[in-house]
Design a protein around this ligand. Structure first.
Ligand SMILES: [Zn+2]
Length: 206
């Protein structure tokens, strides 16, 4: 799976498809669109559409409507394009879309909210199944990162860190020390993890 140019480019629905990825596929679509003269800019059949200023542009809406449905299935049958792969939207991406609608926020914050909500929803699983639940979350986050790419991922990490800071400041209270609270939380987590490891080791040794 490659890196997307931005979340905006992903059409949402029950599933999302990757049309127009390969060069040959793009060429086929382009020549299909150009089979007819453009009703808008009057570009002749086989020629690119033009802007009012005369620059080449993507095919006008009226021209796309005029050529009708793009015959992907036929092209696949003829072996002109590879069998279309259909991807199911990972649950975390659906959760991100929900968060975006809930709070009317940008993608980075919605992603951060989605990941935290996933943790919250699975907190019982994390307690009972440990690794298994963590693997599930790891997988979901990995899918998110693949779709968002390095820039979107960096944005999300920044948002998550700022969320942690805001929550720590709120928990510490007006006279509290958020940094000390953070140290305490990390130490407590590490201690818990080490205790569990020790118990597991002892159990394994019988
Ligand atoms: Zn045109």
């Amino acid at each position: 799976m490659g890196v997307e140019n931005g979340s905006q480019s992903i059409p949402w629905g029950g599933e999302w498809r990757r049309h127009l990825r390969s060069g040959p596929e793009m060429d086929l679509v382009r020549s299909w669109m150009r089979r007819v003269e453009c009703p808008t800019c009057e570009a002749a059949a086989g020629r690119a559409c033009r802007t009012a200023g005369g620059r080449p542009t993507s095919e006008h809406r009226a021209r796309r409507d005029a050529v009708g449905r793009i015959p992907y299935a036929k092209w696949q049958e003829e072996g002109l394009i590879p069998e279309q792969r259909t991807y199911t939207i990972p649950a975390v991406l659906k959760e991100s879309v929900t968060a975006r609608a809930d709070f009317n926020v940008d993608t980075a914050l919605a992603d951060g909210v989605a990941v935290v909500r996933m943790f919250l929803a699975d907190r019982l699983g994390l307690l009972l199944q440990g690794e298994e639940a963590m693997d599930r979350i790891d997988e979901a986050v990995r899918q998110l990162i693949e779709v968002r790419g390095p820039v979107g991922t960096a944005d999300m990490v920044t948002v998550l860190a700022s969320l942690v800071t805001a929550l720590l400041s709120a928990s510490a209270g007006p006279d509290g020390d958020p940094e000390a609270l953070f140290d305490m939380v990390i130490r407590a987590q590490v201690d818990t993890a080490r205790t569990i490891q020790k118990i597991q080791r002892e159990r394994a040794e019988g």
